[in-house]
Each structure stands twice: as structure tokens, then as C-alpha cells.
Write a protein that binds this ligand. Sequence first.
Ligand SMILES: [Zn+2]
Ligand SMILES: [Zn+2]
Length: 214
Amino acid sequence: MLIKCIPGGSFLTNCYLIADEETKEGILIDPGSQVEEVLEEVERLGLNVKKIVNTHAHIDHAAGVEDAKKTLGAEFYLHPKEEPVLQALPESAMRFPEFKKVKVPKVDKYIEEGDEVEFGKYKAKVIHTPGHTYGGICLLIDDHVFTGDTLFAGSVGRVDLTGGTTMRELVRSIKTKLMTLPPSYTVYPGHGPYTTIGIEKQSNPFIAGGVILF
Ligand SMILES: [Zn+2]
Ligand SMILES: [Zn+2]
């Protein structure tokens, strides 16, 4: 399996391009303002990308979805509870000049807990992890888990942005849905470097209990 991380924008948001190297079928996770670079990479690698799956709809993760949909002729997948966050894109764009021309993409398929998005011989399994946003998801592909802004190396997402719920719910999502995965699984966050489930279980202060939430 090919996994390319393309960080971009002033938030250094990670867009992931993932593909089956044999069939050349791939998916895009979270194309933001670096979408041009991502599309060039798709072309350079000769990939057939017909599915865009977002972990959530914050502007730094979703600003490039409409352009990617058009250029690739791809369908857009999102959790239904994320729709209000998606609809708030123009409002968010006003606050951040780099996203001025953002368009709200239409969701083609809603995906929920347990659903699978296929590409080539692989399947991306949807894990609903509310907290950072209502409809935030993580995607599990074999032993790789793409966590968006739910879990970072050494930290977790904020809950005070558009669509955020509570820190209690975010930590519960992480503990019950992610920390139950094998420790060897690789974690690919929406910002920053890779990590593993095992490393986070041991040393992430939000999970290991070092941070008092209430
Ligand atoms: Zn976010
Ligand atoms: Zn983000």
C-alpha cells in the first residue's frame, strides 16, 4: 500500500494520498489548501482516485475538496453529523484569508461507524470518534489508522472550535475506539508526525491520565 503525506497551509495540515500500488486505485483523506500539490502528485503517480474521505470538515482539511472532486471526478464521503461543520466553511473562510475562495462541496455518500470505503484490494473502515467535532471519524486501513484532529503524537484535538463537543467525549472516543487497537498500529494524525497506538497509550498525557480534565 502506498501512503503519501502531503502537509500544507499555515496550519500544516496533513493530507494523505493512499493507494493500492497494483490496481492504482486510491483515496484522498482531507485535501486542504495544498490541493494543487496533491493533484499533481496523483497525476505524477498515475493513480485513479475516485473517493475523497474526510476525517472532519474543518476548513484546513476540507478547503480543497471541491477542486479535488472536480478535477478527479471523485465522490466525497463524510459522516452525516459533520454536515453543520461543512456548511460553516464560508464563515470560517472569512476568518482565514488563505481560504478566501472556499466552496462548500456536496457530500455524495454519508459514512458511519463500521462502514467501509474500498479502493483496490483495501478497505478503509470508519470509526466514529466524536469530540473534536460531532461527526469526526478515524479511518482504519489494515494496521494504519488515520486520526484527523482526534489524536496527535503526544496530544489530542481541541474541542472549542466549530462542531466541538467536550473533552470528556473526545477522550472517551480515543480510549474506547482507538486505544483498543493493537499497540503496533501506526497512527497518522491530521497535523504533525506519525506515532503508534502503543506509544500514545504509554505517554500521551490525555490518555495516560496525567491531565486532570474536571
Ligand atoms: Zn479540526
Ligand atoms: Zn486540523
